[in-house]
Design a binder for this molecule. Structure first.
Ligand SMILES: [Mg+2]
Length: 309
């Protein structure tokens, strides 16, 4: 498979997972399969809970903001990414993570806001930096392992002061990088784990182990560890893009984000052509604060293609 097909698959796959999971957010395990018992039957991109069918949420909106900043500047311009996040957060997006909103609106400069929030609250290991990583992962994949993991950590640190969130985002970046290079991401996991900061390695080793199951999570899957672990589990235990994302949404909880992370991994693994057209057709990504723009499949494909350079 061509590298660009995997890159577009990662970005579009993440957006599709986000939109598919959004109506089921905070619902119970099994809600998706109860409503759509037969795979491939259609109608799954159903909307609900304030979301239109195919409407992507903050996960994809923030991923697009990161991607557009990277293309505009040709490099990682952290103050610009932060300013775009702030402009978006000030424009009443339908959904925004509590911690992300606090960091973007607490009046502190870009290089202090997340750290100050973490000092005060001591809890900042949500999945909010992991959820938006598809575009940066595709972009930095060409720069090699240490560059992509370093970029992941720095973008995560814009909103998340807890290193646990940085490390999870860095693992996601590296999983995408190896997949784009035609390496099996699951085979690469032990080596990727060795690159995780030692303070955080045991916890990631637990949730990324071959025998881990989301039922063993010790936190809600809005936390970074079970979110990443669940996405890798969904990829490992299924054999198609559709089944991986179905499994992710069916876990319940933070369904849009777990499915967005799963969709990023599975989209890179299986490629754009494996993503059902009935899911990409209604897909749309509103960008509050950016002149009413709405990205659809052609715009997302163009964004990912240019990011993959
Ligand atoms: Mg969301």
């Amino acid at each position: 498979m061509k590298r660009v097909e995997r890159a577009v698959g990662a970005v579009v796959g993440s957006a599709v997972g986000d939109a598919l999971g959004a109506p089921f957010e905070f619902g119970p395990e099994g809600a998706f399969s109860a409503r759509f018992p037969r795979p491939h039957a259609g109608g799954e991109m159903c909307g609900g809970g304030g979301w239109e069918p195919g409407e992507a949420t903050d996960d994809t909106q923030m991923a697009v903001l990161v991607g557009e900043s990277l293309l505009r500047h040709g490099r990682l311009d952290l103050p610009d990414v932060f300013a775009r996040f702030q402009r978006w957060a000030a424009s009443e997006p339908k959904d925004i993570g509590l911690q992300t909103e606090d960091v973007l609106t607490n009046g502190m400069p870009w290089d202090r806001a997340a750290a100050v929030h973490f000092q005060v609250n001591q809890r900042a290991a949500g999945n909010g930096s992991l959820m938006r990583a598809s575009t940066s992962a595709v972009h930095f994949a060409m720069d090699g392992r240490s560059a992509t993991m370093d970029a992941a950590r720095r973008i995560a640190a814009l909103t998340h002061g807890d290193r646990a969130a940085w490390e999870g985002t860095a693992v996601f970046h590296e999983l995408i990088r190896v997949t784009l290079a035609d390496i099996d991401p699951l085979q690469a996991l032990p080596e990727i784990l060795s690159l995780v900061h030692p303070d955080h390695r045991p916890r990631y080793a637990t949730v990324l182990a071959p025998d881990w199951h989301p039922d063993r999570a010790t936190e809600f899957n809005g936390a970074v560890w079970p979110c990443l672990g669940s996405a890798v589990w969904a990829l490992r235990t299924t054999t198609s893009f559709e089944d991986a994302v179905r499994a992710a949404v069916d876990l319940g909880g933070d369904t849009d984000t777990v499915a967005a992370v799963t969709g990023g991994l599975a989209g890179a693994y299986y490629g754009l052509d494996a993503i059902p057209a009935r899911w990409t057709a209604p897909l749309h990504v509103p960008l509050p604060g950016f002149d009413g723009r709405v990205l659809r499949l052609p715009e997302l494909t163009d964004l990912a293609t240019r990011l993959a350079g």
